[in-house]
Design a binder for this molecule. Structure first.
Ligand code: SF4
Length: 194
């Protein structure tokens, strides 16, 4: 319902667009005012920039680069700066779904994992180990690439692991993946960052 100010045409919605002083971030929009800041890593791409997420209540309301992080020295690209919007975006997958007889329904994590394991075993027993393959993604950071490689090679015993399909990332990630696979037990920074 419109307020009297709105009816008079003088509503500037100043409550929504006001500024406030944040102890960590300084002068910010009141919409981005946080109770606390949590250090984390941007999950959008394999660069793995260090960031701080501003939390108000139980919701992420702001993102800032971590100036102490060796990868990005406090800088974030537009995707990283908008990361707090992605966390609560409508339509995000937050629980497993299982399709039976053409209909998807929510199931527990235990049911999802048991079903996945049973199906993987059935497929590999029938068609061979390489029948299970994994396509990578530019959203993984170096350590996750390493872990995924071990899961595919030692867990699934499959040789079918592929880089992301997008050509924008494929060249860079081939370098990253080969660096990780050659790293043995040590983690190396992606070659393109050196
Ligand atoms: S380059 Fe952008 S998307 Fe990639 S990790 Fe850094 S902030 Fe996130």
């Amino acid at each position: 319902m419109k307020t009297l100010r709105g009816l008079l045409g003088i509503d500037t919605q100043r409550e929504q667009y006001a500024y406030a002083d944040d102890a960590h971030a300084g002068y910010v929009s009141v919409q981005r005012l946080a109770d606390r800041w949590v250090k984390t890593t941007c999950g959008y791409c394999s660069v793995g920039c260090g960031m701080s997420l501003g939390i108000r209540g139980d919701k992420a309301v702001a993102a800032r680069g971590n100036p102490d992080h060796p990868v990005n020295s406090g800088k974030l690209c537009p995707k990283g700066l908008a990361e707090h919007h992605a966390i609560s975006a409508p339509g995000r997958a937050t629980h497993p779904m299982l399709r039976r007889n053409g209909h998807s329904s929510r199931v527990s994590w235990e049911t999802a994992i048991e079903t996945m394991m049973a199906e993987f075993r059935r497929i590999q027993e029938r068609y061979g180990k390489d029948a299970i393959g994994v396509i990578g993604t530019g959203q993984l950071v170096t350590e996750e690439f390493y872990t995924l490689g071990k899961l595919v090679q030692l867990g699934f015993r499959s040789r079918a692991q592929y880089p992301p399909l997008g050509e924008t990332w494929a060249g860079a990630l081939r370098i990253t993946t080969s660096t990780v696979q050659n790293a043995g037990s040590a983690f190396h920074a992606p070659a393109r960052l050196r």
